[in-house]
Design a protein around this ligand. Sequence first.
Ligand code: XMP
Length: 333
Amino acid sequence: MTSNVRPENMERITTKALADAFIEEQIAEVRAQVGDKKVLLALSGGVDSSVVAALLIKAIGKQLVCVHVNHGLMRKNESENVIKLFEGELDANLIYVDATDRFLDLLAGVSDPEKKRKIIGKEFIEVFADEARKLEGVSYLAQGTIYPDILESIKQAEGKKAVKSHHNVGGLPEDLKFQLVEPIKLLFKDEVRVVGEALGLPHEMVYRQPFPGPGLGVRCLGAITRDRLHALREADAILREEFDKNGLAGKVWQYFVVVPDIKSVGVKDESRYEGWPAIIRAVNTTDAMSATIEEIPYSVLHKITDRITNEVEGINRVLMDLTPKPVGTIEWE
Ligand code: XMP
C-alpha cells in the first residue's frame, strides 16, 4: 500500500495526460489490492468521494458498493443529482438511504453548534454502519481522503486545536473492520479536480463549491425546525441559480444562505407578515483560513431579494453579510 507521505519528486498533476497516467496507475493498484472482494464507499456527492467513486467504478465496476446517505440537510436536488449521475449515467452499484427523519428527530431542540455537529457526525456513522452490516463479503472501505486531510491529522496529533470539529467518515464501530482503499490520498485539491475531469465527471461537479459535512444543519442557525430548513433550502437554491445565471458561480469560492432563528415584522398582501431573514454570504479565499467578501452587483442582489421574498414561504427580508474572516468564520456556526 502507498505510504502517507507524498514523495518530494511526485509531479503535480496539472494536465489531462498526467491525470490519465495517474488513473491507470491507481486502477492497477486498486485491482491488485482488492482482488475480487467488494469495496464500500460513502458517496456524499462532494468532489473527493465522487472522484474516488468514478475511479473505482472504472477499476472494479460493480464490486464497488456506494452508499449515499441523505441526512435531510442536503441542498435542493442534491441527492437526486447524485443518483442521476452515479446510478443513471455511470451504472454504479448505489444504495440510497433517506435518513432525514433519523437526523431531524435527533436534532430537534438542539441549538449548540458543536453539539449539532457531533450528533450529525455520529448519526452519519451509525446510518452508514447499519447499511454496511446488511451487506455480505465487504472487506474494504474506500475513502476520499486527500493530502490536506493527512496534513491536518498530523497537525492535530501534534496538539494544535481545531476551531470547529469538521466531520468526515471515520471511526466506524469496532465490529466493522475494513481495510482502507484511499486512491487520492496523496493529491491536493486542484489535482483531484484535474483527475475528476479526466474521469469524465461533469465540470459543475468537479468545480463545485465546498459544502460542509453537516450541510444545511450549520446554516439553519440554532435549533433546526423543518419549516425553517425548508425555507433555507429554497432560498439557497435561488441564490445558486442567480449566481449561475449571472456568471458569478465560477468567480466566488463559496456562496450560500443562512437563516437565523429570529423573526421580524413585514407586510404582505396588506397584512402583517412575520418572517425570518435570509442572510447571503459570498466569500473568496484560497485556503479557507482567511476570506474576503466578494462584491456582488446590486442588480443581482435586487433580483435575488425579489425572488427570495416572493417565492420562499416564511422569509420576509434579505440581508448581506459583509464580514471577512477573520473576524467572522465562513460558516455562521
Ligand atoms: P469556517 O466556518 O471554519 O469554514 O471558516 C472553513 C471551511 O470549512 C467548511 N466547514 C466545514 N466543513 N464540516 C466540513 O466538512 C464542518 O463541520 C465544517 N464547518 C465549516 C466551510 O464551509 C468552509 O468551506
